[in-house]
Design a protein around this ligand. Sequence first.
Ligand code: SF4
Length: 429
Amino acid sequence: MSAKYTRPEVLAPAGTLEKLKVAFDYGADAVFIGGQAYGLRSRAGNFSFEEMAEGVAYAEAHQGKLYVAANMVTHERNEQGAGEWFRHLRDIGVHAVIVSDPALIAICAAEAPGLPIHLSTQASATNYETLEFWKKLGLERVVLAREVSMEELAEIRRHTDIQIEAFVHGAMCIGYSGRCVLSNYMSLRDANRGGCSQSCRWRYELFDMPFGQERRSVKGEVPEPFSMSAVDMSMIEHIPDMIKNGVNSLKIEGRMKSIHYVSTVTMVYKTAVNAYLESPAEFEAIKPALVDELWKVAQRELDTGFYYGTPDENKQLFGARRKIPEYKFVGEVVSYDAAKQEATIRQRNVIKEGDVIEFYGPGFTHSQTKVQNLRLAATGEVIERAPNPMELLLISVAEEVKPGDMIRKNEEGLINLYKENGQAITVRA
Ligand code: SF4
């Protein structure tokens, strides 16, 4: 490993204990979750204290850390009980809380001393004076605003030694640092207190009504459905810039996302960090495979957010866009019998005899096979189709697979093809 650079942690999201465990199994150095109060994802399957304690134990068994997001905008009385809540988190062993509201920061610092505080991206830290300000107040780390460019990031690092966390992957808000009231207007759900209904992703019809004609015509109607949705971020090709500029934590967005997403994205970024620290040539060699892998779980197009310039109209999902390869998560490996060349798998989505499936596992391992000899594990009964979630199944697999490996299938046969000029395209396999 190059001694020149500090190894950044790969920080993964988890909406449930199961996802947390998967994230650590797939290489996360740290995981962030939400508690049942003070967070921004009221629908993200937030953790009870018991689940947090189990999460801390799992993290520490993997030499990892667990952070809890408490980054809501607190109105009067929202902060009630926060001191006790933070103390509880500290006593459970949570490694840090991610907070943006100064009221919660003050309460946490005063009433739960010893619990490290990370400034949330919601606080829009965009310059080194701001980072120094928070450092003087005792914060351990600042999560930069997503609007910070790479040039600014480098400048910030030159002037402060506080830990820097920066986003590398996931959804982007069109609202500045996620501070947006679209959802409040459209569905009476407060995006800044955990209720965002993703209104920017809905489809709208756009009418251009020339001044003075508003009541008489809808001239200039745009036929394409219109959305305000930004494309997602992916910094996979620029991990060297992140490492060279001293980022301490590479943050992956997505506490609402699936096991398929969490395992894939975590594995990809961990592989990228390992490869680059081994040698830049190793990173360049594996980069196309990492990019193609990320497209297997992409929901929107991918770009680099604000890091290399302010996003223009091509970085918004206006109208029809490219087709994205669609992979379906169909199961996970429970055990493998090498003598029988047979895997026991847990079904997560419909699997059929003859399906072409891909196994992938921690450490960026992959193999493909055709589903053969599909049977129910409980009775050995041969079946053509397995429709029941969580049912245990047997299939014949010649190449060894490991417990915890995930299984996906590509129903449409479309794959991403990495191009040297960075233009990813979708082609038929
Ligand atoms: S509506 Fe869209 S831009 Fe606004 S907070 Fe929700 S996801 Fe972000």
